[in-house]
Design a protein around this ligand. Structure first.
Ligand code: G6P
Length: 491
């Protein structure tokens, strides 16, 4: 796609709540930006560079106004949030209403009209900002649940645009979704997009069902007829003018090659050996890596492992569970309560079952750089992904990508989106503590041959379906949807 002559207008815009950069301030108070190398950025970077793209989002701190700037070849356009916006739109509506509602109401969602107003206000701010910077007939790709009103708000301001939306988290069954006092408005917001992407087929089906039940619109396969007041628009079988919106699944992935490349580095392998040694060289190292979030099933996994040690099925000298829980959304009450609960449980288990020199659980409340994560993956005989509900769970895919030695066992919850693809994992229902204990024991005892057969198949799957393929297939669906509009250059 040819770049526009106006340097402040972009042919391709990605919008997400958080920008792919972190603001860092050094000791002398100088401000800088650190590229945060998430999978989404890696996937979109080449498309951004080839199409003169811009990324619109929040810098992650309240009351920080920053002018647009370039970072490693990406145009960054910050949207400021005040501390009230952070409290009501981000911590409130996004993470204390939508997040628990969309994750099977594991925690109770709070419904506050003030939070809803803030959600609308911030989505509208994104829409205003984007409408100003995207060129005529441009393409906008909106990411995730924090911005569900943005597609319709953009369409209203700029009917010339082609708009995609991708939901990184699950979409709930209509019986749960229907609790939301603003259920129809959110659907209207999403239906402003041309293509709406979900992680799993089930998420897309639940969304289509919600559209039929709540909006009364007709759907056929993955296509929705959205009534429009435009005599030039096509007519549906019912004779009304409609826009066609496509809703289907596009399972997200990781940059598998880069994880494997890191795992091949001698210093990372040396670090993996060092980690095992620091743990007292147990026969089995088990690993959990999560944001400290109630959807991740951290309590279930700790309980199952603690009981195995307590029952004498696993000896404390022989096995250690390393649990990395990175700090997350700490000002939201449910998250603060979860932290207390987990830390109490870990303390109890270590106090009751530990011996000098051997603790059952090594608990780390930190985030780590990617190299350290890969060293942990290489050090771990068993990876535990026991989410109670998860859109995809990229940690499961990262573990697999790092295991170029075709060793290691992945225990994976059937409630994580990754379970649809990673079928050679040991699949568990994390609510069934008895079965979870049996699965852990089975993984500990699994013969090398079986571990290797399973891991080979898993690795092939993750390598063949990487994040570049994910973004390509979504953008191709957008192109198909707007055949007469401008096309993106694939890289
Ligand atoms: C999930 C969401 C993302 C979010 C991330 C971290 O993966 O799908 O949209 O950015 O969690 O959460 P945070 O609230 O810190 O952005």
């Amino acid at each position: 796609m040819a770049a526009d002559t106006d340097p402040d207008r972009y042919a391709f815009v990605v919008a997400s709540n958080r920008l792919p950069v972190d603001r860092v301030v050094d000791e002398d108070g100088n401000e800088g930006w650190r590229h945060s190398p998430g999978g989404l950025v890696t996937a979109l970077e080449p498309v951004m560079r080839a199409n003169d793209g811009a990324w619109v989002g929040w810098v992650g701190q309240p009351d920080v106004e920053v002018a647009p700037f370039d970072n490693e070849g990406i145009h960054i356009v910050p949207v400021p949030l005040s501390s009230d916006d952070v409290e009501e739109y981000y911590e409130g509506f996004s993470n204390d209403t939508l997040w628990p509602l969309y994750h099977d109401v594991i925690e109770h969602p709070s419904y506050h009209r003030d939070w809803w107003n803030a959600y609308r206000r911030v989505n509208a701010r994104f829409a205003d900002q984007i409408a100003e910077i995207v060129e005529h007939d441009g393409i906008v790709w909106v990411q995730d649940y924090q911005l569900q009103l943005l597609p319709a708000m953009l369409r209203e301001r700029r009917p010339d645009l082609t708009i995609g939306f991708f939901n990184h988290i699950p979409f709930p069954p209509v019986g749960i979704y229907a609790q939301l006092p603003w259920r129809a408005q959110i659907l209207d917001g999403l239906l402003g997009a041309d293509v709406i992407g979900f992680q799993r087929q089930d998420d897309a089906s639940d969304f289509l069902r919600a559209v039929r039940h709540i909006k009364g619109y007709t759907t056929k396969g993955s296509t929705i007829d959205v009534p429009v007041d435009d005599p030039a628009a096509p007519r549906s079988r019912k004779g009304i003018t409609v826009r066609h919106v496509e809703a289907r699944h596009f399972p997200i992935s990781i940059d598998a090659e880069s994880f494997e490349a890191i795992a091949h580095r001698p210093e990372v392998q040396e670090r993996a050996r060092e980690i095992r040694e620091s743990l007292g060289n147990p026969t089995t190292v088990l690993l959990g890596v999560d944001r400290l979030d109630y959807t991740k099933g951290i309590r279930h996994r700790i309980k199952a492992f603690g009981e195995l040690v307590e029952d004498g099925r696993v000896k404390v000298e022989d096995a250690t569970l390393v649990q990395v829980a990175s700090p997350s959304r700490e000002r939201v009450d449910t998250y603060a309560a979860l932290r207390d609960e987990i830390e109490l449980t870990v303390g109890r288990i270590n106090g009751d079952l530990g011996v000098i020199g051997h603790q059952p659980i090594a608990y780390l409340h930190h985030g780590y750089p990617r190299e350290e994560m890969v060293a942990l993956y290489l050090a771990a005989d068993i990876m535990l992904v026991t989410a109670l509900r998860d859109g995809m769970n990229l940690v499961a895919k990262e573990y697999v990508a790092a295991r170029f030695d075709n060793d290691g066992v992945l225990i994976l919850s059937e409630f994580a989106g990754a379970a649809d693809e990673l079928k050679q994992a040991v699949i568990v229902n994390p609510h069934d503590i008895g079965a979870l204990k049996d699965s852990i024991q089975r993984a500990i005892e699994m013969p090398r041959r079986e571990r290797s057969t399973r891991m080979r198949a898993l690795r092939k799957r993750v390598r063949d379906n990487d994040v570049a393929r994910w973004s390509r297939s979504f953008l191709e669906a957008l192109d198909r949807h707007a055949p007469n509009r401008a096309k993106l250059d694939p890289s």
